[in-house]
Each structure stands twice: as C-alpha cells, then as structure tokens.
Write a protein that binds this ligand. Structure first.
Ligand code: ATR
Length: 277
C-alpha cells in the first residue's frame, strides 16, 4: 500500500461542475475514511488509460459520468447484475488489481422514490427520454414491479430501450401514477430550459390527481415541469435524491461502511445553493 490518503476519482467529460467531490469529501471526513475525491476531465481518447490507472493503490475506485458510462462497462473485469442489465457503469470498485463495475443510479433512483412515499409495485409509470439515465430508471422501476411506458423524441431509441429492458412502447399518460423526466429539457443551460419535456400542458393536465412527478434535473431545483406539476397538486421531486443515493451506495461499495447520508445531502444542498442556477 502506498502512503497518503486513498483516492477516488470521477471520470467525466466535462467534469468541472460536478457536485460529487463536495459530497464525497464531506462523507469521507464524517466517516473518518482517509480518502480524497477528485473530478477528472477525461476525453474519450484517454479513458482506457484512466481506467487502467485505477487498478492499483491508492485508488479505492471511481465514479463515471457522461459520456463514459457505457464505455467503462467494457473496460472493467466484472459487472454487477444492475450494471450488466442497464449497460452502464457509474461506479467502479477496485479489488486488488481487478475492477468491478456497478450501477448505483438504478437503486439510487428507487431510494429517492421511497422518500416520495411512492411504491412502484404494480404502478403504471411514464418515463420521458431513452438515454443512459432512462435505462437505469426503467430497469429499476421494472425490477420493483412497475409497468413502464417510455416516450422519447427519437422513437427508434425508445424502441431499442423497450426491447432491451422489456418495457412498453406506447404512450399511456392518463393511466400513469408516476411521471419521470430523464431528458435534459428544463436543465439550466440545457436544450430548452423553459420547456416541458415531450409534454404539452394539456398532456400534463391529463395526469391523474395523486400521481407523482420526478424530474432528474437538479439545476434548477424547480424545473418548469416540477413547477407546473406542483401547481396542479402533484407530489414532486427533483434529481437531488437520486444524486444523493447513487453516491451513498457508491460510498458503501468503496469503503464497506454505511454512508453518512445526512452529511452528503447537506453538502449537495450547499453546493447547489452556491452554484449558478
Ligand atoms: P443521459 O445519460 O442524461 O440520459 P443521454 O443518453 O444523452 O443523456 O440522453 C438524453 C435524453 O434527453 C434523450 O432521451 C434525448 O432524446 P433523443 O434520444 O431523442 O436525443 C433527450 N433530449 C435531449 N434534448 C432533447 C430535446 N430538446 N427535446 C426532447 N428530448 C431531448
């Protein structure tokens, strides 16, 4: 073992605006784990070398974000069931020289839903988007016993997701008890920061009373979708709980210790309050 603190890195491109360093450094400090977390901006051409460096001390492992989650799934030695099913790795754990790829986005999303008091078992759920985040959400919801319908701008991509994960393909908005936006619409600096993702206001109005609405966007904390849904009386949640819980599960995988979730949540909330919306 080398001297000095253990390391965990985020492999992403870009990486500068990540809240994960604050969240995990606060967690390491609170749990007394001698480790440091740093975000690395890794262009695709440098990804394989960056992953190879994780195979020795001082690395406990890594997080992986856009655009590397699928590529890292092909660079590690072993995948957990969730990582294999979703086809994406957001957390790497080192065991000796071996790297195991995990996907904590999927179970992290379910822990966030539990905060909303929502039980997916048997529930109709409508997922907007068919990218990487959608795959984790759909797989998690199906595993929890939900019936999931996926809608995407690029219909062929939605069909591929549906075929891979055995979700349903046709829009069925009125029956849904949960609506989840996984697209970047509504995100500060995103494609349409003032827009509703793939929905008309009339479609949103057709969502049954009592349905929950989750937006995986957390900047801004209140997206146009969440604002409109809250105005109609729906229970709402932004992307912060999923961000928190995927991080808490990653922390537990690296350290073998329970995550100090309250400290991590506070670090995220402070980071968001201090960053431009
Ligand atoms: P992530 O890993 O965050 O899911 P991604 O894989 O790039 O990122 O997926 C982005 C999602 O946002 C996709 O569903 C994308 O739709 P397409 O598959 O049609 O590209 C969706 N998205 C991005 N910009 C959008 C826009 N302006 N309107 C509707 N959907 C949009």
């Amino acid at each position: 073992m080398s001297a000095g603190p253990a390391r965990v890195v985020l492999l992403a491109h870009p990486a500068a605006h990540s809240l994960s360093p604050r969240m995990h450094d606060a967690a390491f400090a609170a749990a007394g784990v001698p480790a440091r977390y740093a975000a690395l901006d890794v262009p695709p051409a440098e990804l394989a070398a960056a992953v190879a460096r994780l195979r020795a001390a001082p690395y406990l492992g890594a997080n992986v974000s856009v655009p590397h989650k699928e590529a890292v799934a092909r660079l590690v030695d072993e995948l957990t069931g969730a990582a294999r099913a979703v086809g994406a790795v957001n957390t790497v754990v080192r065991h000796g020289a071996r790297l195991v790829g995990h996907n904590t986005d999927a179970p992290g999303f379910l822990r966030g839903l539990a905060e909303l008091g929502f039980d997916p078992a048997g529930a109709g759920c409508l997922v907007l988007g068919a990218g990487g985040a959608a795959r984790a959400v759909v797989w998690a919801l199906l595993g929890a016993g939900a019936r999931v319908v996926v809608v995407n701008r690029d219909a062929a991509r939605a069909e591929r997701l549906v075929a891979d994960l055995e979700a349903a393909g046709a829009p069925h908005l009125p029956a849904a008890r949960l609506l989840v936006n996984t697209t970047s619409v509504g995100m500060a600096g995103g494609p349409d920061p003032d827009g509703l993702p793939l929905l008309t206001p009339a479609q949103l109005a057709a969502l049954p009373a009592g349905a929950g609405v989750v937006d995986l966007v957390y900047r801004p904390a209140l997206t146009p979708l969440l604002r409109a849904a809250a105005a109609r009386g729906h229970a709402t949640q932004n992307g912060l709980p999923m961000l928190l819980w995927q991080g808490a599960l990653a922390f537990e995988a690296w350290t073998g210790r329970p995550a100090p979730a309250a400290v991590m949540r506070e670090a995220l909330e402070r980071g968001l309050a201090g960053s431009p919306a």
